[in-house]
Design a protein around this ligand. Structure first.
Ligand SMILES: NC(=O)c1ccc[n+]([C@@H]2O[C@H](COP(=O)([O-])OP(=O)(O)OC[C@H]3O[C@@H](n4cnc5c(N)ncnc54)[C@H](O)[C@@H]3O)[C@@H](O)[C@H]2O)c1
Length: 437
């Protein structure tokens, strides 16, 4: 990717806009504020806690990532968004039930100061939700215009220099790319004609990209993963990324599967089941939203294990993913995995994982890192799909004709090498012959 502008420390405020102000968005915003107030540490965030090795191993140059690349400071972030429930971020974070009351109350006035703008929403695309804090408009196009006004007004009111938008709203029903998505002209016609193959998430993405605002998709919906919106991203030179934050069970899968492959251990089956009781769980209880999630979760193993290269090990494994809505568990979901593997002489073994996971605790630092890295991309002139940010996604968006990279460790190497490239340092491939490379 070509670096058009020298990476420089940004000045002014960066506005982070989230369609959706539920569990993930409120945990992210409350977390940033609590870190700013010195009440917590940014655990899980690569931009805040990560380091990067530069040069030869003997050079001993391992700066913090935030000192190496010029990212926006946490103190310069402001937050806004949309939801179909009118609750401000304080009320919404209490309802989400991720953070405890005590931590939420420590930053109550701050959270109360952020209220959602009215959503672009249609229940056809998220069957289990209904709310009344919703915009009215004659067409998708009209609604996109209203979103653009919101964005510009937010920018002005908050005195922002730059903006990014991260989709933190519910998972929409499963959709495949169709004729209306094939190019920008068809898409804009479809917006005016209220084409049903256009979902609300696409209307947000269209509004953002039209105004040159980078967009990342934290859910598995199609959204920006269509030729029309990729065309718009290129036309307006805006970076985009997606899909579906890599948290919980899939994070574990992309940590474990590369290890199995590295040691050439075979796989007969991988059964994954989850119970969760938050609003996301309720939305995913609808088969059409679940289908979108299922596709995203299932794609991971095939790509990591490469059965075409290792037919004796991976050509015939059974992979099943279940999600069950179970209200008593709230946001504290439980993910069980059973792996049937085999080793030397084909002898079978099993691995069991019981991950008592807090999904939004894993997702919040991803939102932060994506916002800061997308802003960096925008400032230096990277645009289109940012494959180097695949590290953060379950279903990484990739250039047409290429396959997505799912292996967490290859993804991290790609991310680090992109940062080295941005700052004019040598890439590290770990291929050097000398012990000190
Ligand atoms: N929790 C995680 O770790 C995690 C991981 C990967 C992906 N995700 C995805 O991120 C999204 C958010 O997850 P969550 O746990 O915060 O869910 P949530 O249900 O708590 O929050 C989603 C919010 O989006 C709102 N919403 C729905 N449609 C909207 C629209 N068109 N415009 C504006 N607001 C809208 C809902 O009212 C809700 O408040 C989901 O799609 C989920 O699948 C979450």
């Amino acid at each position: 990717m070509e670096i058009k502008n020298k990476p420089e420390k940004p000045s002014g405020k960066l506005g982070i806009l989230t369609p959706g102000m539920g569990a993930v968005a409120t945990t992210f915003v409350a977390g940033v504020e609590s870190i700013r107030q010195g009440l917590s540490k940014p655990i899980g965030s690569l931009t805040q806690m990560g380091t990067i090795r530069l040069g030869k191993r003997t050079d001993n140059r391992v700066p913090a990532i935030k000192d190496f690349v010029p990212l926006a400071e946490l103190d310069d972030l402001v937050f806004g968004g949309w939801d179909l429930f009118e609750d401000n971020m304080y009320e919404a974070s209490l309802k989400a039930g991720v953070l405890n009351k005590e931590s939420i109350n420590q930053i109550k006035p701050f959270l109360e100061s952020i209220s959602p703008m009215k959503a672009v929403f249609d229940q056809k695309y998220v069957k289990k939700l209904s709310g009344d804090w919703v915009k009215k408009g004659k067409s998708w196009f009209d609604l996109a215009e209203q979103l653009k006004e919101d964005i510009l007004e937010f920018k002005k009111q908050n005195n922002c220099d730059r903006l990014v938008m991260i989709w933190c709203a519910s998972t929409e029903i499963f959709m495949k790319p169709s004729a209306v998505h094939k190019d920008l002209a068809s898409f804009e016609k479809g917006l005016k004609e209220n084409n049903p193959d256009i979902a609300p998430s696409m209307v947000y993405a269209y509004a953002a990209l039209s105004l040159g605002v980078p967009f990342a998709n934290g859910a598995p919906n199609l959204t920006v993963d269509i030729p029309a919106l990729m065309e718009l991203a290129h036309k307006n030179e805006v970076p985009i990324g997606g899909k579906d934050f890599k948290t919980g069970q899939t994070l574990m899968k992309t940590i474990l599967a590369p290890g199995l492959k590295a040691r050439l251990l075979g796989l007969n089956g991988w059964f994954s089941t989850n119970i969760l009781g938050n609003r996301d769980g309720e939305v995913l209880d609808d088969p059409e939203s679940f289908k979108t999630k299922e596709e995203s979760k299932l794609s991971v193993l095939e790509h990591i294990l490469q059965p075409e290269l290792y037919p004796d090990l991976y050509s015939d494994f059974y992979h099943k993913v279940r999600i069950n809505y179970y209200p008593p568990r709230g946001d504290n979901k439980e993910g069980w995995d059973n792996l049937d593997i085999f080793g030397w002489l084909g002898y079978p073994m099993q691995i069991k994982i019981d991950f008592l996971c807090r999904d939004s605790i894993l997702a919040a630092p991803i939102v932060l890192d994506l916002a800061l890295f997308l802003d960096l991309s925008q400032r230096i002139g990277f645009h289109g799909i940012q494959e180097w940010l695949s590290f953060y996604f379950k279903s990484p968006q990739h250039a047409p004709g290429l396959y997505p990279e799912h292996d967490l460790f290859i993804q991290l190497m790609k991310l680090n090498n992109t940062l080295r490239h941005i700052q004019g340092e040598n890439l590290i491939t770990h291929l050097g012959q000398e012990y000190y490379d």
